[in-house]
Design a protein around this ligand. Structure first.
Ligand SMILES: Nc1ncnc2c1ncn2[C@@H]1O[C@H](COP(=O)(O)OP(=O)(O)OP(=O)(O)O)[C@@H](O)[C@H]1O
Ligand SMILES: [Mg+2]
Length: 244
């Protein structure tokens, strides 16, 4: 943690620039295949996200309550992407309502070309898997200093972080939950821009991440928690309807 302190301090002062603190560094292995498996975040082969929020159309939803919710959703992402006082944005809602695409657009606006690793997108199940992969290869020949706790701290030190799909695919909750709690606590302590996305309700998210992490996500002094209950799955609309 000590050697990362300067990184957190640099972020707090708005001077983040140390590429040696990338979460990718400790997962490099002499075996390229193993390196590939341990890599995470945005795949460089993945198409770039939409560059601004104009693609998001609240009018695709039926009914006033749903449209207002959709408007809130995009407005909060715009605020977060604007780099203002809102550092934490937690979005809870059903499938296909644009959560992931909005988060990727927001991160793209904060740090275009996010392969510079100053911003990170990871799903909760990838997080879970990485933590376990790192534990299982730790000390094996060819693997370079793969310490799950150090990796969590490096992930915590990235400039902007999105953790998507919390609640989907945990296998070993005790182990992962304590690391996720540490990750959220570090982001909260240093007020670092963080988006948390889930299909769970408030109550179920609390059970999933634990009381301590949930309380930080709910901290109104640094963020917003949006629970969306009126929006419907845009994937079910055909292409013509989506353009309406
Ligand atoms: N209001 C909207 N206007 C235009 N396109 C939208 C809107 N909402 C969602 N979409 C599109 O619908 C698709 C699904 O969105 P996305 O994958 O972001 O959903 P999600 O909320 O992350 O769902 P899941 O919980 O299943 O991961 C994407 O192609 C997205 O661009
Ligand atoms: Mg999604």
């Amino acid at each position: 943690m000590d050697n990362l302190k300067h990184t957190f301090d640099a972020i707090a002062e708005g001077k983040f620039s140390d590429p040696s603190s990338s979460p990718e560094i400790p997962v490099r292995s002499f075996d390229p295949e193993r390196s590939r498996k341990l890599a995470c975040g945005i795949d460089p082969l993945e198409p770039a996200p939409k560059e601004n929020f104009t693609w998001f159309n609240p009018a695709l939803h039926k009914g006033r309550a749903a449209r207002m919710e959709a408007q809130h959703l995009v407005t909060d992402f715009k605020h977060w992407a604007g780099g203002g006082a809102m550092k934490f944005l937690t979005v809870l809602g059903g499938v296909g309502i644009g959560k992931t695409d909005l988060a990727k657009t927001a991160v793209w606006r904060l740090t275009p070309k996010w392969h510079n690793r100053h911003s990170y997108y990871i799903t909760a199940s990838e997080f879970d898997k990485r933590v376990k992969d790192f534990a299982s290869v730790k000390g094996q020949a060819g693997a370079v200093s793969v310490d799950p706790d150090e990796w969590v701290e490096r992930l915590a030190a990235t400039e902007n972080l999105v953790i998507d799909d919390i609640g989907a695919g945990y296998i070993d909750r005790g182990w992962t939950q304590s690391r996720l709690e540490r990750l959220i606590d570090l982001r909260w302590r240093y007020s670092l821009p963080t988006v948390i996305i889930s299909n769970l309700s408030r109550e179920n998210l609390k059970a999933e991440v634990g009381d301590r992490a949930f309380s930080r996500l709910e901290d109104k002094s640094i963020g917003v928690m949006l629970e969306l209950t009126h929006l419907s799955d845009i994937r079910q609309l055909d292409v013509k309807e989506r353009k309406a």
